[in-house]
Design a protein around this ligand. Structure first.
Ligand code: MSP
Length: 510
């Protein structure tokens, strides 16, 4: 039976335009999807936008625009950015879509009926400037709101609470029973130690007096739903829950998230699911932050990098390669134009690009289209062994979420072909007509190795992969099957034009 899986990115808030931080989780999901498709799996890939809540309402207000117009525009920007970057999402989910709103209400009513949601007075320190309760630890040394320099006023507010604390033990037990639920390991440990402290209940409502831009509670029209309670449900609703719940799809679900939203996913979301009688997702895979000058890239800090601009400047798919090569999944990494430029030049322009053009130029002059298998020498067979070894190392990297290791193994294959060419000196063989057969074999071996290199890199560099295969006359689609990577071929129709895969680039001077 075909293996099915379900991959999700976070739903991005529409108070910011898509930037590099958003691109990372989206690109990782896309690469994982393409990798799985090549291995015969069916994959549903969900991304989308998170459109309710105070931040968004405020942002629309500051621009003096109707909130719905504003969220439509930014959501469309996310969608268009991903489309232009070739992100192969299947579902673009918006939390303002009507079916979502209805399902969130259904979830709320179900939990209310089960006694999992209760009404309580909440007393705390309220900052009018912030329009929210602040905790003691948020106040500055003078006991003031650090943003407004004002003393917050003690206020009582009645709200609805989801009895999350009840699930503390069950979540811990789930984590223990499923050691690969939260990956990498450090985030599992972080969650476990958090769960060793007392866990409070979750306030899931906001009075309409201070927020209207949200989903109205089905049991009290004076309140809207807290944005996280609304947004997290997207993952489940997209599987057809509740009426057409595709349990098979849900049971193979992986959420890709950034470390800033670990608590909401590992704890709030697990508790919500357990209360609804649904198992938590199979995996939570947690990435680190992209930093610029040592701080997190974010809109409020004004240090954002726009993904599309990067691709326009430095070449198609180069951002995908760079982000996966540079970040060790789960740890923070620093974004720098210089390291981007060095990476493109070293691995793509001088690496893959140069190799393909070098071998193809030699083939155009000297390759007659085929070579017999029997002509392979021991040295050739040895050189070809690298193909299977690279496939194994590549897949191991993916299964361990160590994309860097996969890309290292792939770059080694590129270097390996270069060394084979240097050693076999096809240009010297070409000078002696008596060595013409040997020349055919050497070039044929190079083409077989290039075929492997192109098929393997497909999830990361889909364009360069297809262009390379076309140029060596391999008509099969690398997206369809990874078996093509190790398919032995003794005939290649090399194209008359050498593809220019990657240009050498320079960092802008400013
Ligand atoms: N809307 C919530 C998620 C709801 S999911 C049901 C949210 N949105 S967000 O737009 O603020 O951020 C979403 C994700 O973007 C972060 O968790 C993280 O995955 C990614 N990133 C945003 N900035 C980032 C970096 N500078 N570096 C890496 N990823 C970061 O939180």
């Amino acid at each position: 039976m075909t293996k099915r899986s379900y991959l999700t990115t976070p739903l991005y808030y529409v108070n910011a335009r898509p930037h590099l931080g958003h691109s990372y989780t989206t690109i990782v999901a896309d690469v994982m999807k393409r990798h799985r498709l090549q291995r015969g799996e069916e994959v549903v890939f969900l991304t989308g936008t998170d459109e309710h809540g105070e931040k968004i309402e405020q942002m629309a207000k500051t621009q003096d625009r109707p909130v719905m117009d504003f969220v439509n525009e930014v959501s469309a920007d996310f969608r268009a950015t991903w489309e232009k970057m070739g992100i192969s999402f299947d579902i673009f989910y918006r939390t303002t879509q009507l079916d979502h709103v209805a399902k969130v209400k259904h979830a709320l009513q179900t939990l209310k009926d089960k006694g999992e949601i209760v009404f309580r007075e909440y007393e705390g320190l309220y900052c009018v400037g912030c329009e929210r309760f602040l905790t003691e630890s948020e106040l500055n040394a003078k006991g003031l709101c650090p943003d407004h320099e004002k003393k917050p006023e003690p206020r009582k507010e009645a709200n609805y609470f989801f009895l999350m604390s009840k699930y503390q033990g069950a979540i811990l037990a789930h984590i223990e029973a499923h050691p690969d639920f939260i990956q990498p390991e450090q985030f599992k440990n972080e969650t476990v130690s958090f769960l060793k402290q007392p866990l409070g209940d979750l306030c899931i409502s906001r009075p309409k007096a201070r927020l209207t831009w949200g989903i109205e509670l089905p049991f009290d029209s004076n309140y809207v739903t807290y944005v996280w309670f609304d947004a997290l449900l997207n993952y489940l609703c997209a599987t057809g829950w509740p009426e057409n719940f595709d349990q098979g799809m849900w049971s193979e679900c992986t959420h890709l998230i950034g470390k800033d939203i670990l608590k909401t996913h590992a704890i709030y979301w697990s508790a919500m699911l357990l209360a609804l009688g649904v198992k938590p997702p199979k995996h939570l895979q947690v990435g680190g932050f992209w930093l610029i000058d040592g701080t997190k890239m974010s809109k409020s800090l004004g240090n954002v990098v726009r993904p599309l601009e990067m691709e326009e400047k430095f070449g198609k798919d180069t951002l995908r390669f760079f982000l996966l090569r540079e970040m060790s999944f789960g740890l923070d990494a620093t974004f720098g134009i210089e390291s981007y430029v060095n990476c493109v030049n070293a691995y793509l322009a001088n690496g893959m690009g140069n190799l393909v053009s070098r071998v193809l130029t030699l083939c155009q002059k000297n390759f007659k289209g085929s070579f017999p298998e029997t002509s392979l020498t021991d040295a050739d067979r040895k050189a070809l062994e690298k193909r299977a070894q690279t496939v194994v190392a590549w897949d191991k990297g993916f299964s361990e979420l160590k994309f860097q290791n996969s890309l290292k193994a792939w770059s080694e294959l590129v270097t390996h072909v270069d060394l084979y060419v240097n050693e076999m000196k096809p240009w010297a063989l070409a000078k002696d007509p008596a060595l013409s057969d040997r020349l055919q074999t050497v070039l044929g071996v190079c083409l077989q190795l290039i075929q492997t290199m192109a098929v393997l890199i497909y999830p990361v560099l889909p364009h360069a992969s297809r262009e390379t295969l076309q140029a060596i006359g391999v008509e099969k689609d690398p997206a369809a099957s990874v078996d093509l990577a190790l398919e032995n071929r003794f005939e290649f129709k090399v194209s008359l034009t050498v593809p220019k895969l990657f240009m050498r680039v320079q960092a802008p001077l400013d």
